[in-house]
Design a protein around this ligand. Structure first.
Ligand code: OAD
Length: 249
């Protein structure tokens, strides 16, 4: 039996599937990952200069411009084969009376654009901005922004709705993650380097709750040896093959 067959069989046997997705899932849409040495965001920029509340307070123009450019870029990208295969998996599992949730570290909205219904954005969203003073969400944002930084109606600035280094994950996301981890019997981490906590700890938490854990990633990660099953390769290719395998029955 190949690892792909094993995963397909695990999906058939499971009742509550949870997926943790990372930047590798959006890579085939043309969105750079964070840590890939040659192409990742953090190889070109210092996160401390851009992805912290202090960076925004120090230089709101630079930080707003950087996030607005990323917002424009992801808006111009399309969901890829991995996103689309996850929609098929969700539909197939829901039709069989099972549950399926995607816990995504990605802030690009591509899972939702592809059609996935149950998506928890654990690191927030690049497409939603809010006032630094009132925390009110800002609707109908122009693209691109006409000025950097953007003044908000509440008297502050607009900041991206992403989780910066040093900030807590959104409370509602954390509680949805906790209930997903408690009930999942199959946890699949895909396209994530397993370096950023708390998300990096969720596969282990799911395993403690009795789930089978699977890593699907192009490269080995520090967590690879702790998974029950590891599939190595591109998320788009593996997930498309998985859907074909499941369709074969
Ligand atoms: P990383 O850039 O750290 O890791 C991406 C992983 O995807 C790597 O392990 C690659 O091997 C793998 N990969 C790349 N292309 C792939 C493909 N086509 N198919 C499968 N795997 C592929 O991204 P994340 O783990 O998502 O946080 O990073 C986690 C967090 O770090 C991000 O959410 C962000 C960043 O700081 C915040 O902004 C809060």
């Amino acid at each position: 039996m190949t690892d792909l067959n094993t995963l397909a069989e695990a999906l058939r046997q499971s009742k509550h599937v949870a997926v943790l997705s990372g930047a590798g899932v959006s890579a085939e849409s043309g969105i750079p990952t964070f840590r890939d040495a040659l192409e990742g965001y953090w190889s070109k920029y210092d996160p401390e200069q851009l992805a912290t509340p202090e960076a925004f307070a120090r230089d709101p123009e630079l930080v707003t411009r950087w996030y607005d450019e990323r917002r424009q870029k992801v808006s111009a990208c399309q969901p890829n084969a991995a996103h689309l295969a996850l929609v098929e998996l969700e539909n197939w599992l829901i039709d069989a009376g099972k549950s399926f949730v995607i816990l995504t570290q990605n802030v690009d909205g591509l899972h939702q654009r592809a059609g996935s219904k149950d998506v928890v954005e654990v690191h927030g969203s690049l497409l939603k901005w809010r006032c630094t003073k009132t925390n009110a969400d800002a609707p109908n944002l122009p693209m691109p922004f006409p000025t950097y930084p953007m003044k908000s109606a509440g008297g502050g600035f607009l900041r991206p709705g992403v989780v910066w280094f040093g900030e807590h994950l959104p409370e509602d996301a954390v509680s949805r993650v906790e209930s997903a981890i408690e009930k999942t019997d199959l946890f699949i981490a895909m396209g994530t380097s397993g370096l950023v906590y708390p998300a990096a700890g969720w596969s282990e938490a799911a395993r403690r709750h009795g789930a089978l854990t699977v890593e699907l990633n192009r490269d080995p990660t520090p967590l690879s040896t702790s998974f029950d099953l590891v599939l190595r390769g591109s998320a788009g290719e593996i997930l498309s093959s998985l859907v074909s395998e499941i369709r074969r029955g």
